[in-house]
Design a protein around this ligand. Sequence first.
Ligand SMILES: [Zn+2]
Ligand SMILES: [Zn+2]
Length: 288
Amino acid sequence: MRRISVSVILLLTAVAVVLGVTVFLCTCAQRKGEIMNDEAEAVPKTSINELTVTVVYDNNPYGQGLETSWGFSAFITGPEKTILFDSGGDGSMLLRNMKKLEVEANSVDAVVLSHIHGDHTGGLSSFLEKNPDVTVYLPESFPKRFKDKVRGYGARAVEVGEPTKICANVYSTGQLGKWIKEQALIIRTEKGLIVITGCAHPGIVNIVNAAKDLLKEDILFVMGGFHLEWAGKGKIEKIISAFKELNVRYAGPCHCTGAKARKLFEEHFGENYINIGAGKVINLADLK
Ligand SMILES: [Zn+2]
Ligand SMILES: [Zn+2]
């Protein structure tokens, strides 16, 4: 009898310890997000077969009747979460463009901020006033006051250090770079990986390499700011060669890429160059 009660006590203690650790880990996970690990990746791969990326904010013009201003933001539907990547510089302009493009701020589940610069984060407050029911994934190096402000709106803030899973088939590269820390978005589709960058301060080739290393799949499409506004022709051509070596199928440089680099990408990628500006809509179905 006595032996049984000792066993019961031991069993109950073990259960309590397991529960305690689980609760602790869950609380940490809410702040840190789901770090990518082998176990998480061991689940069968079911990749995305429908995806739309709508560029709601860019300094390059594209769609009629849309405003342009320095900055970048893209609205992504198709994955289990609807995502806003970056928020442009001016919140009211962001919301006006979203309205014109008929993409609903209220449908967004997750906001991913590439880096701290105002042309990527400036629109966030106006957005959160409209829809605070989102999880904001931001590099952990962001100042505390920024994170507090996000939480002050009632939104959840996930601080990204390591590569992080946002939802099925959607990942952050994790915080990259030494000087200006930046994360990029990776979407695994049935046709290959799509990489979306903000300003690519850590280097666009480094970012594409990081995406490929992480998911070990072909790169279908790289879009966003490549940060080559002041780069010389030699440097730009080296980057284009690196893209070719990495087998990047489509390139859509915009925002801070600069006119010279965009033109060179267009020359080298031909019909696989995607001209991106405010209002451009990219459908996975149109990529081969
Ligand atoms: Zn920047
Ligand atoms: Zn920028």
